[in-house]
Design a protein around this ligand. Structure first.
Ligand SMILES: Cc1ncc(COP(=O)(O)O)c(C=O)c1O
Length: 434
């Protein structure tokens, strides 16, 4: 090529959640059954969509209007419905004009970072969810900026670490929270959110809150939405239906802009995001039209409550199997449907192994285990090869900690126990092997 053709930040893009799938698929090709613990797709883990939701969607499929483009910001009635829902929380007040639809929240997230000035940074939690951290890092062509979530304090954010970074790095223009959090399952306490908003006000930052799991909490926990705590600070809440309905294949997510008029730069960012959506015409129409119909149905709240209760029960079952292992820090989860398990310091080394019965699998594994491989990735590959359980190593969440993420999604109770007993037995065998 006569010029460089690749965007310089492209090297920052990393998504181990799907990378490990390529390895698992190779094992599948040679007959190994795989237990997919790598991705938060409830449908893949046997979730059943109730017939009343399917009837609503069938009704929409039979309506020719759903085959057309919609308004570039999104379907008007849906935006009105969502604005009213947010306003009822009693915090930030918005109109339908403060809502902007995208083709999945992942699309919204990548647009958000793409339209930030390249020297302006948003600091987010570590362990970092790659859809945010990779897109943010790519826009700046630099490593992600993160504040620590502390596994020894229920994964709550280390506010002093956050504050110090904000204080000494004037390029930070925003704070990201993922609440409830992926990958830790932590729910930000109200007081923590209030302190973060105060920091944002003091240093003239924006708040960004990924609330895709906002209605997925359990064990009597509730997650506070940004709208409830933001007061006069500019902010963006990010939401979607992939996890809540759940309908990840719909590719439907949205942004809500709070206090847009409070700051000219922030208002210009919101306008740029609207303009880019206009150049793409609009997001997918049908899933948007389903939102008010499904969420205002009298069956919806009970349905979601039941699913949340079941996630909580699965969380307890997993805790019963893993929590007492001496090699790990195990935190109970309160929201979303992931748990991140951390190996205690010094537990892992590069001599540990698991018995692999199949020579073809052994051959593949030896190709994957390169000398410089992160120790938790090494464990994850051994686990995959020995048992077929596919987890995501924690070092791929831009973290210094070593561990792995699992989901709380397996709906078949016997299979859930079988998967987590395999994980438990493998940790014991691997950590005891050298
Ligand atoms: C915290 C978080 N934000 C955003 C997304 C992306 O959601 P979507 O399927 O709407 O693109 C996910 C998906 O796992 C997520 O966990």
């Amino acid at each position: 090529m006569r010029q460089k053709i690749l965007f310089e930040g492209a090297g920052q893009l990393e998504y181990e959640i799907r990378n490990i799938v390529k390895k698992a698929e190779k094992l599948q090709d040679i007959g190994q059954p795989i237990y997919w613990e790598n991705i938060g797709d409830p449908i893949q883990k046997h979730a059943r969509i109730p017939s009343w939701i399917k009837e609503i969607i069938t009704g929409l499929v039979n309506d020719d209007a759903t085959y057309g483009y919609c308004h570039s910001k999104g379907v008007l009635e849906t935006r009105k419905f969502l604005a009213e829902r947010t306003n009822k929380k009693g915090g930030a007040q918005i109109t339908e004009n403060d809502i902007l639809f995208f083709n999945g929240l992942g699309d919204a997230i990548s647009k958000l970072y793409q339209f930030l000035h390249s020297s302006s940074r948003i600091i987010g939690p570590s362990p970092a969810y790659a859809t945010h951290s990779s897109a943010e890092a790519a826009h700046a062509n630099a490593a992600p900026l993160t504040y620590r979530l502390n596994p020894e304090n229920k994964w709550y954010p280390d506010l002093e670490h956050l504050h110090n970074q904000i204080k000494y790095n004037p390029n930070i223009i925003g704070i990201l929270v993922i609440n409830p959090d992926n990958p830790t399952g932590m729910v930000y306490p109200l007081e923590t959110l209030q302190k973060m908003v105060r920091m944002a006000r003091d240093y003239q930052l924006i708040m960004v809150s990924d609330e895709i799991y906002n209605n997925i909490t359990y064990h009597q926990t509730r997650s506070y939405a940004l709208a409830e705590v933001i007061e006069d600070v500019p902010g963006i809440a990010l939401s979607g239906i992939s996890k809540e309905l759940p309908w990840p294949g719909a590719r439907c997510g949205w942004m809500e802009f709070y206090n847009r008029q409070a700051d000219k730069d922030f208002s210009d960012l919101c306008t740029a995001l609207e303009d880019v959506k206009m150049t793409e015409v609009c997001a997918t129409t049908l899933p948007q039209k389903s939102i008010p119909l499904i969420m205002s149905d009298s069956r919806y709240n009970d349905y979601r409550k039941r699913l949340n209760r079941e996630i909580g029960i699965r969380g307890k079952r997993i805790a019963n199997i893993l929590a007492k292992l001496p090699y790990i820090h195990f935190n109970e989860t309160y929201g979303a449907f992931f748990n991140t398990i951390v190996f205690k310091s010094g537990v892992l080394n590069s001599k540990q192994t698991l018995a692999i019965g199949n020579p073809a699998v052994d051959q593949l594994l030896s190709e994957w285990i390169q000398p410089e491989i992160a120790l938790d990735k090494r464990f994850a590959y051994y686990l995959l090869a020995a048992t077929g359980v596919c987890v995501v190593p924690l070092s791929s969440f831009h973290s210094d900690l070593l561990g792995f993420r699992v989901t709380l999604l397996e709906e078949d109770p016997e299979l859930l126990v079988c998967i987590f007993e395999k994980i438990r037995d493998s940790i014991e065998e691997y950590c005891g092997s050298a």
